[in-house]
Design a binder for this molecule. Structure first.
Ligand SMILES: [Cu+2]
Length: 147
């Protein structure tokens, strides 16, 4: 009686199962297609909806740029009288911002002007806003700007 070469059968079968399982895991895994570049989002603790818009078109590498940060409550009402500071940098390069941007004007109705942002190289820039309000508490919001 000939011996059945089980190894010749079992090994390819297991290899096929393994390939199938890895394919399932790979296809069902969340995609990591770069940083979150949303310009409007809930703040970390969901107190506010923050949106960030450049003034005068998309930012370029080099010149100073101004932005408008808009803060609303989840019900859509503007967040007035917020005190806002920001910091940031390039996490991929382990450096901070080359300038000290600040909120220079409360434009009313939840709009705040941010001046003095400078992007000195292409890549992913992270901007973190610390927001404190007399009426609604404090929270922070982080945006990624890709140049
Ligand atoms: Cu850099």
């Amino acid at each position: 009686m000939r011996k059945i070469p089980w190894g010749m059968i079992i090994i390819p079968v297991f290899a096929l199962i393994a390939v199938f399982c890895f394919a399932q895991i790979y296809l069902s895994a969340p995609r990591h297609d770069g940083p979150d570049v949303a310009r409007a989002k809930r703040s970390e603790n969901k107190l506010f909806v923050a949106s960030l818009a450049p003034e005068g078109g998309e930012p370029k590498v080099g010149p100073l740029s101004s932005w408008v940060l808009t803060l609303r409550l989840p019900n859509g009402h503007p967040v007035r009288n917020a005190l806002i500071s920001l910091d940031g940098g390039m996490p991929d390069h382990n450096h901070g911002l080359p300038t000290k941007p600040t909120v220079t004007a409360d434009l009313g109705e939840g709009h705040y002007r941010v001046d003095g942002l400078k992007f000195t190289m292409p890549g992913v820039w992270m901007l973190k806003f610390e927001i404190s309000t007399p009426d609604y508490g404090s929270d922070e919001a982080t945006f990624n700007v890709v140049l």
